[in-house]
Write a protein that binds this ligand. Structure first.
Ligand SMILES: Cc1cc2nc3c(=O)[nH]c(=O)nc-3n(C[C@H](O)[C@H](O)[C@H](O)COP(=O)(O)OP(=O)(O)OC[C@H]3O[C@@H](n4cnc5c(N)ncnc54)[C@H](O)[C@@H]3O)c2cc1C
Length: 243
């Protein structure tokens, strides 16, 4: 017998294992921002960080609460590379690109942790072990270990386990909360759902909701698709986000 969980609201499908970030971000939208970030998962809050360090004025809206989606429900592993093993990535992307991807993800791991230094996010860097589940996988992992070693990545292969000592883990919802804490006051709003994006006119677009909350977003560059640039989006402001 199988259990199927159905819900109209994808954020209420199940109860996450991880605790929700403790802060609440209610309140009105600011009147204006250069960039509107939609969604308070790790993508949105880390983007807010990168925009802030570049001096770009941005507002993040989240329809439910921070880390309500995948970022508050994942395993919290900070692993180098992609879902496929290194040898498979080399086959798919080519040797040089696979190496670049591995380097980029390892740098990203270090940069994320540095960005939220001093905040408790459950970070541990104790490495990871990948076990082969079949003979085919054993061959792939053995090949991966050889290619990774040749490409300068620290790993060991003992015939059945590929160990990556640089990998780590976090409490994913705490990482989201830590990035959000770095955002300027008033630039994060929970309980605000973007319900549509329409092309704006002239040099300014706007975001509005049924209660006529508006946020002025910048105009698209000449020749660009204004809808893609988020020129005029409709938002629905909720009450107290579900918790
Ligand atoms: C079971 C599972 C395990 C995983 N394990 C790992 C792992 O160990 N390590 C790893 O690196 N990755 C893992 N991942 C992948 C990782 O969780 C995702 O890549 C990552 O969380 C995506 O972050 P996100 O911010 O893009 O999306 P989300 O975290 O889903 O955030 C999107 C947010 O946008 C909000 N939103 C959506 N639409 C609107 C709207 N119209 N208006 C306002 N807000 C809106 C949602 O409410 C949500 O909060 C796992 C994923 C799953 C499902």
């Amino acid at each position: 017998m199988s259990h199927v969980i159905r819900s109209d609201d994808p954020t209420r499908m199940s109860t996450p294992f991880w605790p929700r970030p403790p802060e609440r971000y209610p309140g009105q939208l600011p009147e204006q921002a250069d960039v509107l970030v939609i969604g308070g998962g790790i993508t949105g809050v880390s983007l807010m960080h990168h925009l802030r360090v570049r001096g770009i004025d941005a507002v993040l809206v989240e329809r439910n609460h921070l880390a309500a989606g995948a970022s508050g429900r994942n395993a919290g592993f900070l692993l180098a590379g992609v879902a496929d093993c290194y040898s498979e990535a080399v086959r798919i992307f080519g040797r040089s690109r696979a190496r670049d991807i591995w380097n980029m993800t390892m740098e990203n791991h270090a940069e994320e942790i540095e960005a939220v230094a001093g905040q408790e996010i459950g970070h541990r860097r104790k490495g990871s072990v990948i076990l082969a589940a079949s003979e085919r996988e054993t061959e792939r992992l053995a090949e991966s270990a050889q290619l990774m070693t040749e490409d300068g990545f620290d790993c060991t292969w003992d015939g059945s386990r590929l160990t990556n000592p640089g990998d780590g883990e976090v409490t994913p919802s705490l990482l989201v909360g830590a990035f959000a804490r770095l955002a300027p006051a008033g630039s994060v709003r929970e309980g605000v759902e973007v319900t549509g994006i329409q092309a704006g006119k002239g040099m300014q677009g706007r975001v509005r909701d049924p209660r006529h909350q508006r946020l002025h977003a910048p105009a698209p560059a000449p020749g660009s698709d204004p809808a893609k640039a988020g020129a005029d989006a409709g938002v629905k402001a909720g009450g107290d986000p579900a918790g």
